[in-house]
Design a binder for this molecule. Structure first.
Ligand SMILES: [Zn+2]
Length: 191
């Protein structure tokens, strides 16, 4: 009952989407990264798959697993599943989307859904509503973790590793390549 806690939501992601880096069939092919996000007290659960849309089967899987947990609040039915890719906004071309991490796509969708644009507005809104969570099926990278810390959003864990390509900042809508000077910052481009 109640809304999920961060450890519960992190485990939920790993259970239903598979742990990234591990596959059922024993191949070395990695399971894609998914993330699930919510703002406490708001209807709707953001779901994102890095590199593709959320299909009906995935949405139904989330809904059924959520009901089994008997969590309430954010998710009532299939209509409460928000594919964050549909709400995330960017002027960048899709070929740059490799640096768009699942967590950052959910943050971008949270901005659009609430008609706000700045980190300050998001942070204040989340604080007023009692917090938010974004968990994926793998540890968050260094930059996503620092962004989420800065916004007051809970997550499962971080392995402290940086992306091997680049990192997209949902507030500046810029992808900072691994070789850029901003990439050395906690949150490239800032919050
Ligand atoms: Zn990341």
């Amino acid at each position: 009952m109640g809304e999920p806690k961060k450890d519960e939501l992190y485990k939920f992601c790993k259970d239903i989407f598979g742990e990234r880096g591990k596959t059922d069939d024993g191949t070395t092919k990695q399971a894609p990264t998914y993330a699930v996000g919510l703002i406490h007290g708001q209807m709707g659960v953001y779901v994102v798959k890095q590199g593709g849309p959320i299909n009906d089967d995935t949405a139904k899987k989330v809904v059924n697993a959520w009901k089994e947990k008997e969590w309430d609040g954010n998710l009532k039915d299939i209509w409460s599943v928000i594919d964050a890719r549909n709400l995330a906004t960017s002027q960048l071309r899709k070929n740059e989307w490799t640096s768009f991490h699942a967590e950052a796509l959910v943050v971008s969708a949270m901005l659009s859904a609430n008609n706000i644009t700045t980190a300050e507005q998001l942070k204040a809104g989340i604080k007023d509503l009692g917090g938010a969570l974004i968990c994926s099926n793998c540890p968050a990278c260094y930059h996503c973790a620092k962004m989420l810390d800065g916004l007051g959003i809970g997550y499962g864990e971080t392995d402290g590793k940086k992306s091997l390509t680049g990192w997209w900042n949902p507030f500046t809508d810029k992808a900072y390549p691994q070789a850029s000077k901003e990439f050395k910052d906690d949150v490239p481009g800032g919050l």
